[in-house]
Design a protein around this ligand. Structure first.
Ligand SMILES: [Zn+2]
Length: 104
């Protein structure tokens, strides 16, 4: 079952439809759009740098699944959390910025 979303603008409840918009400088904006009032909400913004970090995250997740020694697993987990925080920190101001302009 698809997740439901409630529009913060008109209160309409609907299935989430994820859309993507590619901008200049290889920036990709992920957003959802309300089918009722067309209000858009940005949920992710990625740059080449952020996408390379996300790739690193996937690699770590794979290695973590295969890690046999506890020491190694702990090290991978620490790195995973560090990069995850880094992605959030980089992405949040971009999301805020895109959200400001997307409905104009
Ligand atoms: Zn709406």
């Amino acid at each position: 079952m698809k997740p439901f979303s409630k529009c913060e603008q008109c209160g309409d409840e609907h299935h989430i439809v994820l859309l993507e918009h590619k901008k200049e400088n290889s920036i990709v904006v992920g957003f959802i759009q309300c089918p009722s009032c067309q209000h858009k909400t940005v949920y992710s913004v990625t740059t080449p740098h952020i996408r390379s970090l996300q790739k690193r995250i996937r690699t770590i997740r794979n290695q973590y699944g295969k890690a046999k020694r506890l020491k190694k697993a702990e090290r991978l987990l620490a790195e995973y959390e560090k990069i995850n925080d880094q992605i959030k920190m980089l992405m949040q101001p971009l999301i805020d910025h895109e959200n400001n302009g997307i409905n104009e």
